[in-house]
Design a protein around this ligand. Sequence first.
Ligand SMILES: [Zn+2]
Length: 290
Amino acid sequence: MKGDMAGGAAVCGAVLALAENRVPVNVTAVIPAVENRISPASFLPDDVIGSMSGKTIEVGNTDAEGRLILADGLTWAAREEKCTRLVDAATLTGAIWAMLGYVTAGVMASDDGWYGRLEAAAALLKRLQKAGIRAKMDDSDQSMGWKAAQYEMKGVPLRVEIGPKDMEKGQCCICRRDSGEKRFVPLDQLEDDVRWLLDDVHKSLYARAKKNLEDHTRVCLTVEEVKQFMEAEGGFAKTMWCGELDCELAMKEKAGVTSRCMPLEQEHVADVCVCCGKPAKHSILWGVAY
Ligand SMILES: [Zn+2]
């Protein structure tokens, strides 16, 4: 009887955990509470009472007060709070722990499809995390389109999707953010494929950034050339430099650029400094600072 409050306590704990972890979901907790102590007004076996939903209930057992208020709690959540998914945590019957023990919960769902998807997604999440991959599950009621746009915006490199048809086929769908390409992956290859894909996304982003840098870097031999390139296209001008501060300041004055980087891998693009014409010591990249 003391343990009968465990369902309500679990709901309390779940809501606190959601709040402490700042999980962006809209959750309402309903905790109906009651005491089945003896009093002249107590219900008796054979009494017929009304519930909030309008259904009448014949009392067959006076130790069943928990499920009576739970029925009203569920009606309240749906009717008054307009909740769309109801999860009730209750310690209604000792038969569950007699069967499953103390650390496993018995779950009964009126929508097996939804629960099955939730369970399958949670299992995938666990597998990815166990493999050392940083992953997060969005099991909110938002539409698939909303979720896709949301995580694309956040820059999440891979999106793993699983639906009822995928579950039947033992597969999931993985979508890459860099190319938008989708591929179906057998569930038993999940960890290997995610690792390979993350690596490939990294390589492709790096190659794209490198090409972008190279496409916008030009070798210039005169200050005038640097100035024209900056005005016409913009990017990085690669020149030679004598190493003197005066020339660096003059570049800012004449071409509107400052030194951005002296590459570790030096190149010989000319013999003399782009600015003063004296013998050059370094190759250097110039750009406009914003
Ligand atoms: Zn110089």
